[in-house]
Design a protein around this ligand. Structure first.
Ligand code: ZN
Length: 334
């Protein structure tokens, strides 16, 4: 097992990538969000696998043309992760894609996990922890693709018992493997602070944690509190207009940059090539700019107009993702 700070490469769907070669990296995106149980009962007329793969390759290659070299796909079980499907895309695009493990639930886990585990009806090992560690050390779903990110979720319901189990298992996997922890947090209830409490108590260094969706917040004090504890703040939903406006995100981002916090901010979209949950027709109508190109096409030019320098953009898009993915002390050559 490698220690928490010894990684100099990052696993991707197409082999290990040297930290020096990560380049501009979007840390929170999704290729395909599916709902396997729903899809089986209510087949999705809009989904055609070969077309999805072609769309993803085209989208990622265009993004590569914009200067992005690496995308982290935070689609984990609970969101229909399908590593074999993503592998089909990754083998045919110039983009490097990093896989994630974890479990997406903001309230309860599937019944299996409620009845199986230490001290439960079917007493036995913690299958969540087994899954997370196995995905990082052995590979996902028999693909041999190792996860380079751990994903945990809490939302408006806070730390339910099952959410806490996911956090505990992810913390264990982090301690054993050094892979960073990415959260989905609920900004309006300042949920990132509770996430930090739980992860810190479980032995995770908060500088290895990205508080996802922090950029949905309009509360500067909250964001500064998160930053003061050493975590990265995810301004990771540009274009997701139904959660917050880009204008608000930019305003908060500028306020943090003014306070010298560029070294703790990471940028992304939380977009998807295809999502069963918010299908293309809905996205076209409600979130027309919610794609992985939005930062480069619209947001970065706006930030530059407002005086954000190339150095700060480089920090947020290149240096910080590298520090997140490989850990402190492994930044290597600039
Ligand atoms: Zn996401």
């Amino acid at each position: 097992m490698r220690s928490a700070s010894s990684a100099r490469t990052v696993p991707t769907f197409t082999g290990d990538l040297a930290a020096d070669d990560l380049g501009q990296t979007l840390l929170h995106e999704h290729l395909f969000v599916q709902q396997p149980e729903v899809d089986r009962a209510l087949p999705d007329d809009g989904w055609e696998e070969d077309r999805g793969v072609r769309d993803a390759i085209a989208h990622l290659d265009l993004l590569h043309d914009r200067g992005v070299s690496t995308v982290v796909d935070l689609t984990v079980p609970g969101l229909g992760r399908d590593a074999a499907l993503v592998a089909r895309v990754a083998s045919r695009t110039r983009m490097r894609v990093v896989a994630a493990t974890g479990w997406y639930t903001h309230d309860v886990l599937p019944t299996f996990f409620r009845l199986n585990g230490p001290g439960r009806l079917v007493d036995g090992p913690d299958r969540l922890a087994e899954l997370f560690v196995g995905d990082v050390t052995q590979g996902i779903q028999g693909t041999g693709v190792r996860a380079g990110a751990l994903k945990v979720v809490s939302d408006v319901d806070g730390m339910t018992d099952d959410v806490h189990r996911v956090f505990a298992a992810a913390a264990l996997a982090h301690r054993e493997t050094g892979v960073p922890v990415f959260t989905h947090s609920h900004a309006p209830s300042r949920g990132g602070l509770e996430q930090q409490d739980v992860l810190e108590r479980a032995g995770v260094g908060l500088d290895r944690v990205v508080i996802g969706h922090a950029g949905d917040s309009d509360d500067l004090d909250y964001l500064q509190e998160l930053a003061a504890r050493g975590s990265f703040l995810g301004f990771d939903r540009f274009g997701m207009e139904h959660m917050a406006t880009d204008a608000q995100r930019i305003e908060m981002l500028l306020a943090l940059l003014e306070r010298g916090l560029a070294p703790q901010i990471v940028l992304s979209h939380d977009a998807a090539i295809y999502s069963r949950v918010t299908p293309p027709s809905w996205r076209r109508e409600h979130t027309p700019h919610w794609t992985m190109h939005h930062l480069h096409d619209r947001i970065l030019p706006l930030l530059r107009q407002k005086g954000v320098g190339d150095g700060e953009i480089r920090t947020m898009l290149r240096d910080n993702p590298r520090r997140v993915l490989v850990g402190p002390g492994n930044e290597g050559q600039r």
